[in-house]
Design a protein around this ligand. Sequence first.
Ligand SMILES: Cc1cc2nc3c(=O)[nH]c(=O)nc-3n(C[C@H](O)[C@H](O)[C@H](O)COP(=O)(O)OP(=O)(O)OC[C@H]3O[C@@H](n4cnc5c(N)ncnc54)[C@H](O)[C@@H]3O)c2cc1C
Ligand SMILES: [Zn+2]
Ligand SMILES: [Zn+2]
Ligand SMILES: [Zn+2]
Ligand SMILES: [Zn+2]
Ligand SMILES: [Zn+2]
Ligand SMILES: [Zn+2]
Ligand SMILES: [Zn+2]
Length: 658
Amino acid sequence: MVKCKLCGEIFDDSLTTCPLCGVGPDYFEPVETESAGQVRCSICQAVFDGSEPVCPFCNVGPEYYVPLEDKPGGMVRCKVCQAVFDGSETVCPVCNVGPENFEPLDSAPVTGKVRCDVCQAVFDGSEPVCPFCNVGPEHYVPVDQGQPAGKVRCTICKEVFDASENSCPVCGVGPEYFEPVVEKPAGGKVRCTVCQEIFDASEPVCPVCGVGPEHFVPVEPQKTGKVKCAICGEIFDASEPVCPVCGVGPEHYLPVEEAEAIQRHDTDRRYLILGAGTAAVNAAQAIRDRDGTGTITLLADEEELPYKRPQLTKHMFDGTDAEARAKYFTLHDQAWYAERNITLALGKKIVSLNPAEKRVTLEDGAVCEYDKCIYALGSHFFVPPFGGNDDPRVKTIRTIRDIEEIRTFLEKGKRAVVIGGGVVGLEAAWELKQYGCDVTVLEAMPALMANKLDPVASAMLQGFFEEGSVKILAGAMTDRYENGTIYLKDGTALPAEVVVVSAGVRANGQLAADAGAEQNKAVVVNERMETSLPDLYGAGDCVEFAGMNYALWPEASRQGEVAGANAAGDQLTFAAEIYGMSMEVAGRNLYTIGKASGAGEAPLRTVEFRDDARGNLEKYFFQDDVLCGVTLLGDVSKLSQVTEQVNRKASYDSLFGK
Ligand SMILES: Cc1cc2nc3c(=O)[nH]c(=O)nc-3n(C[C@H](O)[C@H](O)[C@H](O)COP(=O)(O)OP(=O)(O)OC[C@H]3O[C@@H](n4cnc5c(N)ncnc54)[C@H](O)[C@@H]3O)c2cc1C
Ligand SMILES: [Zn+2]
Ligand SMILES: [Zn+2]
Ligand SMILES: [Zn+2]
Ligand SMILES: [Zn+2]
Ligand SMILES: [Zn+2]
Ligand SMILES: [Zn+2]
Ligand SMILES: [Zn+2]
């Protein structure tokens, strides 16, 4: 390498003129090549060869390079797939990426730990910046080694464990993925009396409106009673250390106003609930809270104890035995239903509903009568009409059985095609990749998640998958699945032992429609979750409220609660709140809420913070200067904050104005 003395450009010494300013070799001076060793970029932490003229990731010059100590025979970790292997390998033995993705495994004893006084993270004092919030060493406070180590949470799988662990006991990733679980002392949070923002008492000024501490009032930490998870909407006991559904910590809990004292009214009614998903279970619970004596029966064709369906694509290959079910899937154990005298009639397929006679008929001919019925049969995935789509190896992921079958098909070979680049398809693709499959995602639209993400976020997301060696084919049209191969309309052939289809959700509304209930895209319900038929309520993925078929967990749960409560004589209503969509794919977090696809009649005003080196994006969308959507990619620490801002329709000026 040589450097041009005139313009400073650095280029290969085989060139005879400077590629930038055109002068000849008289102006060239040799560049001191780093001792052929690896260096770490102190800006983006990438590791690469010291001879690079600039950091290949963030483009800063050699003045930011820090030489890596020679570690003869040292072990390294692949930043892409987390595999740990000998640093002398030229490519990752698992995912084949090059040494620029290797990072040395620090086997140094746990000394020199510091705590970041901004975000409270604990990490090695040798880090040039806080790995969590990027502030410099001036924010490091040495950690007293005598102090018992606290708890940390794995940002990948959400497991909470002791900070002294060297790797996550569940998913095996290293400490760079740990985040501290902060047990805030009482009075740690304050509310700004000017803008109502809630934040840490240690902030010098309100992070939203900038007023000083004279406007702060302490917020009592919620220790008892119920809280709501700002991420997934689940309502649970404030004493839970993490959200039982999505695993986030107490910093994302919102207090729930104590419900009005529930009116109890015991009856001898027969409540029949069709389905055993979250809508059905919440309906049963709401009924029992109000009616201690009526009979409650749930009917479902699946044999499983009701479980958390969203986990299917988050733990596709973490097992389905009793232990794995209890750990990842089961909603409540058997005793929970017994204590509430709720009957689970599982393995029963419902074939018809007769609202005039108030009864349903099962496939085996049995008939169940009811006084109040709740229709909560959920949804299924649409399978596009390509040739061979009835092959058993063409799978949708809706049940535990489905993931078991997929695992069986993969015993014959590990090539998978995923049709549909939405949330479920992408989650499945990533799990398949981690399981060792060759994975290709086919998306019919020109970009991933084009209905939820704008082109910038979509392209970054696609980049993460491609870095992780998942192939993405956008604008792909599937023609047929034949002899174990997917053929696209353009002739491309993709051999696949399994084809996972996730191309849109369809409500299971047919039985209600056949019975005469008003039906649109799904069974139509009002805000009390009443269908158009007497004593027939609807809830969850199978219903449509105010034109919306959400097909999301928090909505299904809440609708079930409203339906059950009203069937038992209460007067609850369902209010549409704006919930975000969060997912964890390609080792990154993605959170998007509201209108963040950038599409619309008038161009939306946007504010974008983007850090390609770290793979972070924070993008705000405004319509008529009112916040209408936000996308967070990578660092999603602001998600409670932006959820609240979107729901309160924050103005542009209040967030970014003078
Ligand atoms: C793979 C996957 C990932 C997901 N990820 C997320 C996510 O990250 N976030 C999110 O918010 N949502 C997610 N969802 C959506 C979420 O799981 C659903 O919105 C929610 O489970 C709907 O609950 P439900 O009670 O309405 O219906 P379901 O859970 O579908 O329950 C329907 C019930 O009806 C029964 N049933 C249906 N037909 C019959 C019949 N004819 N006879 C007898 N029983 C019948 C079924 O056995 C089942 O018990 C995901 C869904 C899937 C499949
Ligand atoms: Zn860099
Ligand atoms: Zn790797
Ligand atoms: Zn920090
Ligand atoms: Zn983990
Ligand atoms: Zn304020
Ligand atoms: Zn949650
Ligand atoms: Zn997993």
